[in-house]
Design a protein around this ligand. Structure first.
Ligand code: SAM
Length: 594
């Protein structure tokens, strides 16, 4: 009865459709094959939800249709639903063990979950059926490569044992990072990789509060308490406290933090404060050497201050303190726990290497009682998961982290601008800048950065001859928020002054370049060499970045000077599209006669 009604009903519907279509054409009856065709065309158009719907409808009609199963498995793989793809592939293999795509999709899905051993088993099973099936052969190669990386460190390798201990310790404490694994690139250089696809906005790490070392903990240690009591005036207090914590914990026979302490780098030889004299020679002429020496002195000063206040601290040699200090500066996280700002070590989170623009974001979340990292973009399986340490000049990366960012757009060069010793107004000018004779401007090769105009503003002050106009200038460059004379805010004064400013810039740039024994061109050649050590390469990249900035300023001054004698209309023409367009338009053109 029901069947008859259904037939009648479906015929009625066909009739209705035929009527609507003017009776033209006959509606084809849906079959597993027709759903397969529909699914395939949707799949080819990358409309995976429609493809999924069609294959699923086909499978409702024939649940044992091997092709529909493996086609749907393909859709699941595209949608990163690997477990579903495994279920469909398993069924396809079960209903038709000779259907080669069952093995292919199964291996693909398993691979995407980093289950490489199982994946390669299915590849082998597939190849016994069809030994020359190209897709399987390609997949086999890929999985073998994955396995080679995975098994590069034998299970009993000390580094792997350290990784495993850290992971166990974290998981036992309730940490969550189900899609991440640690990878060993070389001694003391490790990173974090995804074991499977990570979707944008997914939480990828939670490290519980119990496993975070905070500044407060460091202050509560026996040595920390004495440091607090001594009210030390340290140059880097938080770094010193945290270093003292690590040193004390390392000295204990049984530290609860051992799984974390063990993975901290042993050597910091890539950090410039530990460079050998030979390494440092590669930085001849670079102002960065001063920063390195200052850092060495600052650390020693803090160390001595601690030892003076807490004599037992001397049991830790300066060298050990310095190493851990670098460990702190390269791994510290600033965070807010229960509304209180603090700094600390966050195990595993500190294994993410730097990449900009940022790919992940992190913060301490009170609601989760832990430190949370989220993905800011989709991350495919196997890729390195990275964190941005910020937009920084290479001098900061090298000094505090021991590495260099290639083609870094945030590089700076410290121009030291001195008042002229032969300036008849030296004393007046000096008094206006708190008695100092110079100011340093860490400029970038970019006229849009504020530091560019600050630098030129200060040079206008240095090059000012007619001191009678000072009151007017001082009036003009007052800032509402911060009253007081700021020479760096001085706008162009006159053509003659601006000419001297540009000549001064050119001289500073030329003097800077002349300090290096090698030219920019020879640095480029040196970088092609394969025999450079990591430190040597970093030194060349460091000085190359500095020279590029010097070169930029030399050319800027040279080109701007050449325009000063032209007519306004010609300068306007030259300004268009020039890298100094804003400077020429706003600083030079207004100085030229109409
Ligand atoms: C927070 S730790 C990251 C984990 C570290 N790779 C490890 O194995 O312990 C920071 C250190 O990693 C290395 N590092 C981070 N990002 C890097 C990058 N983009 N290039 C080279 N080294 C990097 C530097 O040695 C840096 O001091």
């Amino acid at each position: 009865m029901i069947l008859i009604f259904l037939l009648y009903f479906s015929n009625g519907l066909t009739l209705l459709i035929n009527l609507k279509m003017g009776g033209k054409g006959k509606k084809k009856r849906d079959t597993p094959e027709s759903f397969k065709e529909k699914g395939n065309s949707a799949f080819n158009m990358r409309d995976f939800s429609r493809a999924l719907e069609s294959y699923s409808k086909g499978l409702e009609l024939d649940p044992n249709h091997a092709t529909l199963l493996t086609n749907r498995a393909s859709v699941y793989i595209e949608l990163h639903r690997y477990e579903d793809a495994i279920t469909d592939s398993a069924k396809a293999i079960e209903v038709d063990p000779s259907w080669i795509k069952g093995y292919l999709r199964m291996a693909l899905a398993l691979r995407e979950l980093s289950r490489f051993h199982e994946a390669i088993d299915f590849v082998h099973r597939g190849l016994t059926i069809k030994p020359d099936f190209e897709e399987l052969l390609i997949l086999q190669k890929g999985i073998e490569e994955d396995l080679a990386i995975e098994t590069a460190l034998p299970l009993d390798h000390p580094e792997r044992v350290k990784f495993d201990n850290l992971i166990k310790w974290l998981l036992d404490g309730g940490a969550q990072f189900p899609k991440l694994k640690l990878r060993f690139y070389s001694k003391d250089y490790r990173g974090v990789h995804s074991t499977t696809f990570i979707a944008k906005n997914e939480t990828i790490v939670i490290i519980p509060r119990t496993h975070i070392i905070t500044l407060e903990m460091a202050k509560a240690t026996p040595i920390g308490q004495k440091m607090v009591a001594a009210n030390l005036n340290l140059l880097s207090p938080k770094h010193s406290f945290l270093s003292s914590f690590i040193l004390q914990e390392k000295a204990k026979e049984e530290s609860w933090w051992k799984p974390y302490l063990d993975i901290l780098p042993e050597s910091y030889s890539n950090f410039p404060i530990f460079y050998t004299e030979e390494d440092k020679e590669w930085l001849t002429g670079s102002p960065f050497l001063d920063q390195v020496n200052e850092k060495i002195q600052d650390i020693e000063e803090d160390y001595n201050a601690i030892v003076e206040a807490v004599p037992e601290f001397a049991e830790f040699p300066l060298f050990e303190f310095s190493k851990i200090r670098m460990g702190v500066s390269s791994r510290i996280f600033g965070m807010q726990i229960d509304g209180n700002k603090t700094d600390g070590f966050v195990p595993l989170a500190d294994m993410l290497n730097h990449r900009r623009p940022r790919q992940t974001t992190w913060s301490y979340e009170d609601s989760k009682n832990g430190f949370v990292i989220e993905a800011m973009e989709d991350i495919e399986r196997g890729l390195e998961v990275m964190d941005s340490y910020g937009k920084k000049c290479n001098s900061r990366f090298l000094l505090n982290y021991g590495f260099i960012v290639r083609n870094n757009d945030a590089n700076e060069y410290p121009f030291k601008c001195k008042l002229r010793e032969d300036d008849p107004n030296l004393m007046t000018k000096r008094n206006l800048i708190d008695g100092s004779l110079s100011q340093t401007f860490r400029v970038q090769a970019d006229e849009k950065e504020n530091i560019f105009s600050d630098f030129l503003g200060f040079l206008r002050f240095v090059e000012l001859n007619d001191i009678s106009i000072l009151p007017r200038i001082m009036e003009e460059c007052q800032e509402e928020e911060q009253p007081g004379f700021k020479p760096r805010k001085i706008k162009p004064i006159s053509l003659a002054n601006e000419r001297r400013v540009l000549q001064h810039v050119q001289k500073l740039a030329k003097n800077g370049i002349d300090l290096y024994p090698e030219t920019l061109e020879s640095d480029a050649q040196i970088l092609l060499r394969e025999d450079l050590t990591e430190n040597q390469r970093n030194c060349v990249l460091m000085r190359q970045g500095e020279k590029q900035i010097l070169d930029w300023y030399f050319k800027f001054a040279e080109q701007a000077l050449a325009l000063l004698d032209l007519e306004r209309k010609d300068v306007k023409k030259a300004a268009k599209g020039s890298p100094y367009e804003s400077y020429l338009t706003h600083s030079i053109i207004p100085l030229l006669g109409k």
